[in-house]
Design a protein around this ligand. Structure first.
Ligand code: RIB
Ligand code: CA
Length: 311
C-alpha cells in the first residue's frame, strides 16, 4: 500500500539523481510527477538529466520543465562540482520513451495537488523557483499540499558563501516565498546533509553488484569526489536523499521546530536561512521543522538497500 503521494522538484545533478533513484525504490512512495528547475546546471540539462536517470532505472514518470533562471538575476550553475553535463560527466541516453511535456512545471504540480488534496508531499531538492511560482500563481496550492520537504539552507554553515547554502543562495526570493507560504516545511539543511556521507567503500560496494544503478552511483560521484577528497571529506554528502529518507524514516533524524526566514537583501548574508533556534529573540511562528542530525550508518544502509534493488 503506497502511503505517500509525492511530487519531486529537482535540479538533476549528481545527488539529485541518487535521491530520485532512492525515491523510486521506496515502496511507501507513489511518485506522481517530477519537475526540473535550473540549478546545478541549466534547465535543458537538469530536465534531460531527469529523463536520463529515469531511463537508467526503467522508470516512467511524467517530467515537466520549470524555470530557466531564478526569479531575479541569472543562473548560478554548479558544473565544477556536478560536471559539465550535471551528471558527473557520465553519459546516459535520453530514453526513446521520454515524453517532452509542454505543460509548465508549476501548472502540472498544481494539477497533481488538486488530484491529491491535502495529501501531496512536495520534495524540493533544488532552488525553489518552481515552487515559488506555483504558490504565487495558484493561491489554493498552499492549502492543497501536505508538506514541503526541502534540501536547502542551514542553521549554521554555508557552502556557496560562509552564510548561504546553494539552493537558497541561487534563488533567495523564491525560498522566502516558500518559507512564508504557511505550508508545513521540513528543512534538511547542511546541518544534517553534511553528515549523510556516502564513502568510496559504499559506492564500490554498490558498483560491485553489477547493476546499472550501482555502477552509475559510483561513476557519477567521481567528479565531486575529486574536489571533496582534497577538502578533507570522507565521501560525498547525499544532500538530496535527506528529505527523501526523512519522509519515510523520520526516526533516523533529529529535528527541532523553529522560525526560519531568508535574507534577500544582504551582501555578505544574501541567501542565508536565518533561524531562531539558538536565539533568545524568536520569530513570530515556528514555520519549519529544521533537521539537524541523522544516524548516518542507518541512513546509508537504507540508501544502499534502495539502490541495490534497482536494475
Ligand atoms: O547545497 C547542496 C544542494 O545544492 C544539493 O541540492 C545539490 O544538488 C545542489 O543543488
Ligand atoms: Ca539538488
Amino acid at each position: 500500500m503506497k502511503k505517500y503521494p509525492v511530487w519531486l522538484d529537482c535540479d538533476t545533478g549528481v545527488d539529485d539523481a541518487i535521491a530520485l533513484m532512492a525515491l523510486h525504490a521506496l515502496e511507501e512512495v507513489e511518485l506522481i510527477g517530477i519537475s526540473a528547475v535550473c540549478g546545478n546546471a541549466l534547465l535543458d540539462d537538469t530536465f534531460t538529466n531527469t529523463h536520463r536517470v529515469c531511463g537508467l532505472i526503467d522508470a516512467n514518470y511524467p517530467i515537466f520543465r520549470g524555470a530557466e533562471k531564478p526569479l531575479f538575476g541569472e543562473p548560478h550553475v554548479s558544473t565544477l562540482f556536478h560536471g559539465s553535463n550535471g551528471l558527473g560527466d557520465v553519459q546516459l541516453p535520453i530514453p526513446e520513451s521520454a515524453v517532452m511535456h509542454d505543460t509548465p512545471a508549476w501548472e502540472a504540480l498544481h494539477e497533481a495537488a488538486l488530484v491529491h488534496p491535502g495529501e501531496l508531499r512536495l520534495i524540493a531538492i533544488g532552488p525553489l523557483t518552481n515552487v515559488a511560482i506555483a504558490l504565487t500563481k495558484y493561491p489554493d496550492l498552499a492549502s492543497l499540499l501536505h508538506t514541503i520537504l526541502i534540501m536547502g539552507g542551514s542553521a549554521s554553515v554555508g557552502n556557496v558563501t560562509p552564510a548561504a547554502e546553494f539552493n537558497i543562495y541561487v534563488d533567495p526570493h523564491a525560498a522566502q516565498i516558500v518559507f512564508k507560504s504557511g505550508v508545513p516545511i521540513v528543512m534538511c539543511g547542511l546541518d544534517v546533509t553534511l553528515k549523510a556521507v556516502l564513502t568510496p567503500e559504499d559506492w564500490d560496494e554498490l558498483a560491485a553488484i553489477g547493476s546499472k544503478a550501482g555502477r552509475f552511483t559510483r561513476n557519477c560521484l567521481q567528479q565531486p569526489w575529486k574536489m571533496l577528497s582534497q577538502m578533507g571529506f570522507s565521501g560525498v554528502p547525499m544532500h538530496d536523499s535527506c528529505p527523501v529518507l526523512y519522509l519515510v524514516h523520520p526516526e533516523l533524524f533529529t529535528a527541532e521546530e523553529a522560525g526560519v526566514y531568508v535574507e534577500t537583501h544582504g551582501t555578505i548574508t544574501q541567501g542565508k536561512t536565518v533561524t531562531d533556534l539558538y536565539s533568545d529573540k524568536q520569530f513570530d511562528k515556528k514555520n519549519a521543522t529544521v533537521v539537524l542530525d541523522v544516524e548516518r550508518d542507518r541512513f546509508i544502509a537504507i540508501l544502499k538497500d534502495c539502490i541495490s534493488r534497482l536494475p
